[in-house]
Design a protein around this ligand. Structure first.
Ligand code: AP5
Length: 187
């Protein structure tokens, strides 16, 4: 299966991804995790990305499109399928992904939106304490989500790929809703 997760910061994308990869055996591709690893390794990309991440802004499209494009070409993605967690986040990224997957003849099966009210997102992230979980940075991440990422909901609705699950409730409750969407597609 080839899946995209869309949802605001704190919606539970990473949390659900962990359960999902165990159940369906797909490869987890988190652009946030990749960028944090590059930052910690002090690579050139990592140093550049950190300037944006620490402000809660999206890193430039070309940086992330290159990273994910290369990763998608590795054989495990073709063999097992994948879950894209945190990518695409802009229309330009979605178009680049479409192009890449068309070349590889591996179209997406589903785009899953996890929807959670803003008050809940603040509470969850405040309780976690990652470097970009300071209130002013969370606010900027939410602005970036609304302005740059939410337009993807219409983009994927038009392609008849979007499914939405309610992200409030326990982790297990949300996972059952995710399974409700994915099980019929798993074949
Ligand atoms: P990224 O790492 O993708 O962060 P994010 O989208 O802001 O998402 P989070 O990781 O904060 O939240 P999540 O939805 O995964 O929730 P989680 O499961 O962790 O991106 C970070 C930065 O990298 C961006 O700001 C940007 O700068 C850059 N970047 C990344 N991708 C990019 C791209 N494609 N283009 C440009 N820039 C990019 O859960 C959050 C908390 O809630 C946890 O503590 C968890 O335990 C808790 N929780 C989860 N589920 C529940 C539940 N059901 N009930 C109660 N608590 C819950």
């Amino acid at each position: 299966m080839r899946i995209v997760f869309i949802g605001p910061p704190g919606a539970g994308k990473g949390t659900q991804a962990e359960l999902l990869i165990e159940t369906y055996g797909v490869v987890h591709l988190s652009t946030g995790d990749m960028l944090r690893a590059a930052r910690d390794a002090q690579t050139e990309v990592g140093r550049k990305a950190e300037q944006y991440m620490s402000r809660g802004e999206l890193v430039p499209d070309e940086v992330i499109v290159d990273i994910i494009g290369q990763r998608l070409e590795e054989p495990d993605c073709a063999e097992k399928g994948f879950l894209l967690d945190g990518f695409p986040r802009t229309i330009a990224q979605a178009e680049a992904l479409d192009e890449k997957l068309a070349t590889m003849e591996t179209p997406l099966d589903v785009v899953l939106e996890i929807r959670v009210p803003e008050e809940e997102l603040f509470q969850r992230l405040a309780g976690r304490g990652r470097a970009d979980d300071k209130p002013e940075v969370i606010r900027q991440r939410l602005v970036a989500y609304r302005k740059q990422t939410e337009p993807l909901l219409e983009y994927y609705t038009k392609k008849d790929l979007l499914q939405t699950v309610e992200g409030l409730g326990s982790v297990e409750d949300v996972f059952q809703r995710v399974r409700g969407v994915l099980d019929p597609l798993a074949g």
